[in-house]
Design a protein around this ligand. Structure first.
Ligand code: HEM
Length: 132
């Protein structure tokens, strides 16, 4: 009798399409932020050149989803939550972030179950980022 080894379930990073999949979502997210006036308050919190944050969020989300950990390795001891608590995030700007990200995931055809899992996590993080 031969044992059939079951393939391990794909990680969230694999399900989103690896670094390219994450980059597509992040680029769409910042494109929406730049061009849709309903995210004007969120856009105004950011510096003019969004390129560095596009790179950084792509790396952060890749690590967060189980992929390469470059973001954490380049910033030992950095806490994303503490960093954001200093930004004066309001319920409005938090809602804009979560909505733009949710649209970006849908536009990039992120698998529905994965998208809603990520959305729940972003909602919790955004809520905690507002608390000093
Ligand atoms: C709750 C609403 C949020 C607001 C209003 C917000 C706003 C910002 C702002 C203003 C920056 C600085 C960009 C710049 O320097 O111009 C930033 C950076 C960043 N944010 Fe957020 N953010 C939010 C939620 C999140 C969440 C949920 C995550 C992760 C899942 C995240 C990940 C990042 C990362 C990785 C950076 C770049 C950090 C760096 O390289 O220094 N943000 N965010």
């Amino acid at each position: 009798m031969t044992a059939t080894a079951e393939a391990p379930a794909p990680s969230m990073f694999e399900r989103i399409g690896g670094t390219e999949g994450v980059r597509a979502v992040v680029d769409r997210f910042y494109d929406l932020m730049e061009h849709d006036s309903r995210y004007a308050a969120l856009r105004a919190m950011h510096v003019e050149d969004l390129f560095p944050v596009r790179v950084s969020l792509t790396q952060f989300l890749s690590a967060w989803l189980g992929g390469p950990r470059d973001w954490f390795e380049a910033r030992p001891g950095t806490c994303i939550m503490s960093m954001h608590r200093a930004m004066g995030i309001t319920p409005d700007t938090a809602a804009q972030w979560v909505e733009a990200m949710s649209r970006a995931m849908a536009n990039c055809r992120v698998e529905k179950a994965l998208g809603s899992q990520m959305q729940q996590a972003f909602l919790r993080m955004a809520g905690a980022m507002m608390r000093a």
